[in-house]
Every structure is written in C-alpha cells, then in structure tokens.
Write a protein that binds this ligand. Structure first.
Ligand code: PEP
Ligand code: MG
Length: 325
C-alpha cells in the first residue's frame, strides 16, 4: 500500500475527466518542507510563520526571517509558496510578548489585529517576505480578515515596507500577489467586496467552523458539535467560491478539511484551484483525486444541497467513497 502511494507521488494531480487541482502542503518550518516534498506536495499553500516566533526569547529579526523564507522559496523553485503573516493570539502565545488576559482570546487581540497595531513588527515581517520574493514564487496571505478596511490598512503598511526597501536600494518582489484567509463568517458575507481588493482567497476551515458554529475548536467537551459537514459550512463554502469566481480570483482551502477524503467531491464540484494540507494527507487524497470524476462530484454536490443535517451529508459522501473502493 505504501509503495503504491509513493508511485503516485510523481503523477500529475488531475481527475479522470481532466480537472486538475494543486495539492499543496501546510508547513511551519523548513524541516517540514522536506517531509512535504517527499509526500508529493506541489508547493506550499500555507506557511504558518508564527512558529518562527515561538520557542525563543525575542522576536526574530528581519534577516533571520528573510533567510528562512528565502530558503523555502528557493527549495520550491517555481512552485508557489503562500506565506501567512503572523497569526498569534488565540491558541498561540509567545513567551516574550505579553498579550492581555482575555475572556475570549479567539475573539480577541490576535493575528492581523496585532499586526495592524504593532506596525513595526508587521513591517519587519513584510520586508523579509518581500525580499525573499526574489528567490521564488511567493504569495502573501493575511490571517483573520473581517473587513475591507483591514486589508487596506495591511496593504498600506506593505506599501511603506516597499518604499523603505526601494529607498535603501534593497531588491524585492514588487508584484507579489496578496490573499486573505476566509475564516470568519463576516469575510464570507463580504467575499464579493474582499475579492475586489485581493488576488486570491484561502479558506481556513478550522476557524471558519469554529466561528460559524460557535464551537471552540480546542474544547473537548463540545468537540462533537464541531462538524465539518454542517449544512451551514457547505453554504459558506459555496458562497465564498461563487464570489471569488464572479470576480475572477482563485480560491484555495487550507484548513484540515482540505485533506479529508470525504470532502473531495465538494472541492471538485466547487472548482477550487488548490487544496493545502498536512503532508501525510497528500498522497491518500491524490489517490482519490486520480479516480474521482468532476462530473460525478457535481451530481453528488447537488444531492448535498438538499440535505438538512450533517449526518445526511456525511452518509452521501461516505457511500460515494465506498462505491469507489
Ligand atoms: C484555519 O483556520 O483553518 C487555518 C488553516 O489556520 P490555523 O489552523 O493556523 O488557524
Ligand atoms: Mg485560522
């Protein structure tokens, strides 16, 4: 079985009826990149940079960050590397950066909200990413976006970073594509507006589920309520992808659901361009992709839209998987 999976690592990731989907990896370090590449990943759809800031006693300097981003980009060659800016707060804390005690840290001071206040910290990271853009195919991704204003404010700081580099004569990638995470219901509802501000969307199903269902993703007590196949999420996904298509931008998915075999017909039917997941999920998913027709997926998706419960949705998706065996 393992050998079979390894053989397909070099196959193109395309359905029998010709729909190709990029299967990329989620990584948080250079080390994880190697594992991802041996697992058949094409590019990195999510580089979680917060891990560069963790397990140390001060913020990483521009140069240190630049070196990491540039070596990952270089290792990937022309394949794309999506770098997400700092996403701390919530479940991720830094020893040397005191965050306020909060009743609801997941709804609190975190991610892009910190970056827009700690401008210098943000700019340091942006400078490092812009410079690393000279070594490969880097795209920039902002986390936890809830409004158009946030995108514009982040872009304004990005412009400052570019101005600085320009005046210092430091080379950088001036046309780096910008994307936003769609991981909050507000972002789904204004996806048409956001699509006009950015080059791509990356749907973060982990947080999107947490916020859509009002279920803490870390809380074991209520983990049975954390249902990826809830009809509400299905509608969220559809409306996000519709908005993106209407405005001609690409959509990827980078939450855990991207690697869930059961969800594949959903992605094929919606027509997402990229699925980014943990390295270990890539080959099993690719094996499925190679035998799942987009046409069949469309038929299944139509059935899912009539389902009223997660149970029904899961039943449809699982019976499809079994039929394929
Ligand atoms: C997500 O929220 O789905 C996501 C991919 O990001 P993280 O798990 O790092 O919050
Ligand atoms: Mg998230």
């Amino acid at each position: 079985e393992k050998e079979k999976l390894h053989r397909i690592a070099s196959h193109q990731s395309i359905t029998p009826d010709g729909k190709s989907v990029q299967l990329a990896a989620n990584i948080s370090s250079f080390k994880e990149l190697e594992i991802a590449l041996t697992s058949g990943a094409t590019g990195v759809g999510l580089f979680r940079t917060e891990f560069l800031y963790m397990d140390r006693n001060r913020f990483p300097k521009e140069e240190e960050q630049y070196e990491v981003y540039a070596s990952v980009a270089e290792r990937l060659g022309s394949e794309s590397l999506v770098i997400r800016t700092l996403d701390i707060g919530g479940d991720k804390q830094l020893d040397y950066f005191e965050l306020p005690e909060e009743d609801n840290p997941f709804l609190g001071y975190r991610a892009i909200r910190i970056s827009l206040v700690q401008k210098e910290l943000f700019k340091t990271q942006l400078r490092a990413i812009l410079r690393a853009g000279m070594h490969g195919n880097i795209k920039l991704l902002y986390p936890l976006i809830t409004s158009v204003e946030e995108v514009r404010a982040a872009n304004a700081i990005l412009e400052e970073a570019k101005q600085e580099l320009r005046s210092e004569g430091v080379p950088f990638a001036s046309n780096m594509p910008i994307g936003v995470m769609i991981e909050v219901p507000a972002a789904v509802m204004i996806a048409d507006l956001l699509a006009q501000e950015v080059d791509f969307f990356s749907i973060g199903t982990n947080d999107l589920l947490q916020f859509t269902l009002a279920v803490d993703r870390m809380n074991e007590e209520i983990s049975h309520l954390y249902e990826p196949f809830h009809p509400a999420l299905l509608r969220m996904l559809q409306s996000t992808v519709d908005a993106a298509k209407r405005h001609g931008i690409k959509v990827g998915v980078c939450g855990e659901m991207a690697g869930d075999l059961r969800a594949l017909p959903i992605w094929l039917s919606l027509g997402v361009e990229e699925l980014s997941m943990s390295a270990h999920s890539i080959l099993p998913l690719k094996e499925r992709l190679l035998k799942t027709r987009q046409q069949e997926s469309l038929a299944i998706f139509r059935q899912l839209q009539y389902c009223r419960t997660s149970k029904e949705i899961i039943a449809h998706l699982e019976s499809f998987l079994e039929k394929q065996e």
